[in-house]
Design a protein around this ligand. Sequence first.
Ligand SMILES: NC(=O)c1ccc[n+]([C@@H]2O[C@H](COP(=O)([O-])OP(=O)(O)OC[C@H]3O[C@@H](n4cnc5c(N)ncnc54)[C@H](OP(=O)(O)O)[C@@H]3O)[C@@H](O)[C@H]2O)c1
Length: 329
Amino acid sequence: MRVAVIGATGHIGSFLVPRLVAAGHEVIALSRGAREPYVRQPAWDRVRRIAVDRAAEDRAGVFGARIAALHADAVVDLLCFTTDSAAQLLAALRGSETLLLHCGTIWVHGHATVVPATEESPRNAFGEYGIAKAAIEKLLIDDARAGGVRSAVLHPGHISGPGWAVVNPAGNLDLRVWEKLAAGEPLVLPNFGLETVHHVHADDVAQAFERALAAGDAAVGESFHVVSDGALTLRGFAESVAGWFGRGANLAFAPFEEFAALAGEEHAAITLDHIGHSPSVSNAKARSVLGFTPRYSSLAAAAEAVRWLAGNGQIAVPEMRTFPAPGEA
Ligand SMILES: NC(=O)c1ccc[n+]([C@@H]2O[C@H](COP(=O)([O-])OP(=O)(O)OC[C@H]3O[C@@H](n4cnc5c(N)ncnc54)[C@H](OP(=O)(O)O)[C@@H]3O)[C@@H](O)[C@H]2O)c1
C-alpha cells in the first residue's frame, strides 16, 4: 500500500514508519522537518519525506487537497487536533477508497464509571484537548458508519519509550521523581496514591496502527484503545520503580493542594490533568479485532524510558538491578 503518515517523526512515527517500510509499504512521511525520528533506522532512506506545516496549510484550506493528491491507500493522521482540521481531510478524501486512521487519545473518556473503560463507555471528556478529540472521533466514526470515508480511530494511552520524558509515578514529567525513587529519598504523592495512569509503549502504538492498516474493513467505523494490559496506581508505580534500584519507596501522601505546593506549578498542573482523568482502559477490542498484542507492560515501557534517560545523562541514578523487560509484567 501507499501510506501517508502525517506527523511522521514523533513518538509514534519513529516506530511506525520503519515498521511500514519493513512490511513492504510505500511510505510518504509528512512533517515540518524540524526534527528527526527518535530512533534513526536505515528504513528512513526508503521513505519519501515531505516538509509541510499542517497548521498553516489547514488555515489556508489547502492541506486536505495536498493529502488527497498523494492518492494514498491509507492515511495515518497523527496530527489532528480540531474538528475543522478533521473535516477538511474528510472532505478531501470523500469518494476515495483511502483508509483514514486517526490518532485519538484515551482522554476522550474524561472520568470513567466502570473500569477498565471500553470503547463503548461514555465520553465524559473535559479540557480543550480531550473535548476536541472526542468531537473528532464522533465526526469520523459517524461519517464512516454512514458509508462515508473509511475511517478508524486509535486511542493511545501515555506514550512511552526511549528518547523522551514519560509520565512518572507522581503523574507528571519531573525527572527528579525518578532520581528520588532511585535514591530512596522521600517522595510525596497526591491523595492516597491510588489514582491511575495508563501507559503504552510507542512501538506498541505503532504495532496497532500497522495492524489496523491490515485489518482494513474490520477496523472501519470503529474506535480502539491502544494501551498496555493494565493501568498503574501512582503508589504501586512508585514502589515498583524504587524496586528496580533495590530500594523500598520512601513515600508520603498529601492532599492535592499540599502536593502541588511541593511539586511546583508546572508539574502539579500536569499531575492534576493525569489524575483528574485517572485512566484505566481495556485493550480487549484491539486485541480481538485487530490482533493487537502489546509487547510492553506499563512498567516495562516506563523502565525502558528510564534506562534511556539514565544512559543519556538526563537523570542521575545508579544502575537498575531488576526491571521488567518487554513481554514481562
Ligand atoms: N504523547 C502522548 O502521550 C499521547 C497520548 C495519547 C494520544 N496522543 C496523540 O498522539 C498524536 C501525536 O503523536 P506523537 O506523540 O507521535 O507526536 P509528537 O511526538 O508530538 O510528534 C509530532 C510530529 O508531528 C510533526 N509536526 C508537529 N507540528 C507540525 C506541523 N504544524 N506540521 C507538520 N508536522 C508537524 C513533528 O515533526 P516536526 O516538528 O518536524 O514538524 C513530528 O513528526 C496526537 O494525535 C496526540 O493527540 C499522544
